[in-house]
Ligand binder design. Structure first.
Ligand SMILES: Nc1ncnc2c1ncn2[C@@H]1O[C@H](COP(=O)(O)OP(=O)(O)OP(=O)(O)O)[C@@H](O)[C@H]1O
Length: 480
């Protein structure tokens, strides 16, 4: 059996077996022989009675060397740097400690006293576990945590840079009111629906709300619903489990809602969602949980939703292309951004802001003429701020001088301006077509003359004689 290891040891064991080892049935010893944890049993005088093969392996000590030996002697001989069993015999308390054996292995050892029926300590049992694997895992975990910390700091930094770079310029009362409303709403977790024509700044406003909310250090995930193919809506928004459909990644994928968890999600162009996805979205909002495609376990969500659209959702409801119940869920706090043509005071501010950015980007010092700003303010801006930004950039690129003038205006603005100007003076000029044509002709001539270095070249570009051009210059008093 277990204790037939040399005559000396056997007789010693036989002596203590009656009192101590009878507390531990033979089948337990059978199990201990195959345990991957090392086990040592000693009597109350610290003489070793039993070790299992795992103990030999972990400690580097042989049964034949240690059985019957006293733990104090083994400690003196530095078989281990600490003995949990000795501490138990000294303190009569269970103990756990991490120590190193002669084998060089580090182990987690737990030792506990063994009592007889009279509640006297008759020995100690000590369990020792090789924690080198655990140590390795711990080191890997520490490394992974460092990497995670590094990336999360970088993410915070990028978020700050990304959102602070997006300036929100305004001067008009209408925008002041809108911003006041947005600041108030930002502090709460309520769902916000931002409406407004394309290019009015709905996304910029949603960033402003996020930055001013209590979730500003948490994720901000923007979903452009118009850019996602309809058949991918569900997997993009809600994610999927491994192998849940053909072409699905083996590791599965988290949806945008999961990525936004604890933070904010912007559902940009929410009116583009199909009816079936609208139903699923409604469920997610109501239940505050999401199921990945192919998943059976719900994932709890804590996400603040901001939705935006340039569509008239009430019209969409009438046309049965938007769910009314979803509309009311999203429209908890509505904010409408007025179109640029209804907040003209913002235009000069924005032009200066966009010019400042371009000048610093291209290391230039270009300015805009007053008459140019005047013409831009009068334009109707169907594409709103996005169009203004693009046109300022276009003129900046096309311009070769220090001042961008009227002549750099793109034709569509020029045309509208001429017509508006013409109509304005039509009253006093009795609305004559001839007058309007004249205004238009003057603009065209001015533009050609500013683009070409000589009168002859300008005339050639216009397809007229230099003498005709000279006459018209006189007629319209150009360059005086
Ligand atoms: N008040 C503002 N100040 C500075 N830039 C702005 C402002 N409003 C909008 N912009 C700029 O105009 C462009 C369009 O803005 P944004 O994308 O927010 O509009 P949108 O209403 O979300 O458009 P769409 O409906 O087409 O998605 C962006 O480049 C944005 O930076």
């Amino acid at each position: 059996m277990l204790f037939v290891i040399g005559g000396k040891i056997l007789s010693h064991l036989m002596r203590v077996k009656e009192e101590l080892l009878e507390q531990i049935p033979d089948y337990i010893f059978g199990g201990l022989e195959f345990s991957s944890d090392g086990v040592l049993i000693a009597d109350s005088n610290a003489n070793v009675l039993y070790i299992n093969p795992a103990y030999e392996e972990i400690s580097g000590l042989k049964r034949s060397d240690i059985l019957g030996e006293n733990l104090k002697k083994l400690l003196e001989e530095k078989a281990f740097n600490e003995s949990a069993s000795l501490k138990v015999l000294e303190t009569k308390q269970s103990i756990s400690l991490i120590h190193r054996y002669i084998s060089g292995r580090t182990a987690l050892t737990t030792a506990a006293p063994i009592y007889n029926a009279q509640k006297e300590i008759i020995g100690v049992i000590c369990n020792t576990r090789n924690i080198e694997g655990l140590n390795k895992l711990k080191k890997e975990l520490e490394k992974a945590n460092l990497i995670k910390q590094h990336y999360s700091q970088e993410l915070q930094l990028l978020r700050k840079e990304h959102f602070s770079a997006k300036g929100l310029i305004y001067k008009s009362e209408a925008m002041k009111e809108t911003l006041k409303l947005a600041s108030t709403a930002a502090k709460f977790d309520s769902t916000i629906l931002i409406t407004g024509e394309s290019g009015t700044g709905k996304e910029v406003l949603s960033s402003f709300i996020y930055q001013n909310s209590n979730r500003k250090d948490k994720p901000f995930i923007r979903v452009n619903c118009a850019a996602i193919p309809k058949e991918l809506f569900e997997s993009e928004l809600f994610g999927y489990m491994p192998g849940s459909f053909t072409g699905a990644s083996n590791s599965g994928k988290a949806g945008m809602f999961e990525l936004a968890n604890t933070g904010t999600i912007l559902l940009d162009e929410v009116g583009e969602l199909t009816m079936p996805i609208q139903s699923k979205l409604l469920r997610v909002i109501q239940e505050k949980e999401v199921f990945r495609i192919g998943g059976t376990k719900p994932i709890k969500l804590d996400v603040r939703i901001i939705a935006s659209t340039n569509r008239n959702l009430l019209e969409e409801i009438k046309n049965n292309s938007f769910r009314e119940d979803l509309y009311f869920r999203l429209n908890v706090f509505p904010i409408t951004i007025p179109p640029l043509r209804k907040r003209l005071e913002d235009i000069p501010e924005m032009i200066h802001y966009f010019m400042k950015n371009l000048n610093s980007k291209y290391n230039k010092n270009v300015i805009t003429s007053e008459e140019l700003i005047d013409a831009l303010v009068k334009y109707s801006w169907p594409g709103n701020v996005r169009e203004l930004q693009n046109i300022v950039e276009y003129m900046f690129i096309m311009n070769e001088r220090d001042v961008i003038g009227f002549e750099q205006l793109p034709d569509k603005i020029l045309n509208e301006h001429v017509l508006m100007d013409g109509y304005k003076h039509a009253e006093e000029n009795k609305g004559k077509l001839e007058f309007l044509m004249g205004v238009y002709e003057k603009i065209i001539l001015e533009s050609a003359l500013s683009k070409h270095t000589s009168l002859r070249k300008a005339a050639k570009a216009l397809g007229i004689n230099p003498s005709t051009l000279s006459r018209k210059i006189k007629k319209y008093d150009i360059g005086s």
